[in-house]
Design a protein around this ligand. Sequence first.
Ligand code: ZN
Length: 181
Amino acid sequence: MNRRNALWCLCGIGLAGLTRGVLAKTTLSSIPMKQHEIAMRAAIAMAAQNQSYPFGAVITNANSGVIVARGVNKTFENPLLHGEISTINNYVAQYGNKNWADLILYTTGEPCPMCMSALIWTGIGGVVYGSSIEAIKKSGIDAFIFTAKQINQGSNFSQTQLLGGVLESECDSLFMNRKRS
Ligand SMILES: [Zn+2]
């Protein structure tokens, strides 16, 4: 390595270190789409457990992609148990109330205001969803007019990273083909 290349190399290390310091956590856009899709497929698999309200979710470690908790809508049991809340509860039951910044929640449907607020309260590192609130409404499910982004922006104390539309068509068909009774 010549002197010039060595200098470039040092600059690169400096910039990488600075970027890590500023962001302090993994960004959703830096994670390969393949990793997002693997996690979303696991959320879709969970959704199969509730054919009327196919909201499935998983929580992963942002760095490794390993799934650490799973959940599904259980509102037949408790009206607060949306898929995201079930999954948050399952995570806390197993690991305790910690390491939130290193985690990402994946859900088949865009979080409602209750779940999005809960996710912000946890301090979770990121939230990824498949179907939009509009698509969920089209399937006949009641939904608030507020988007997850609006709830996120409504917080002046903490915000999380949001990414929508991952495996969107597969998630949309879950909702459109849901069991209606
Ligand atoms: Zn919800």
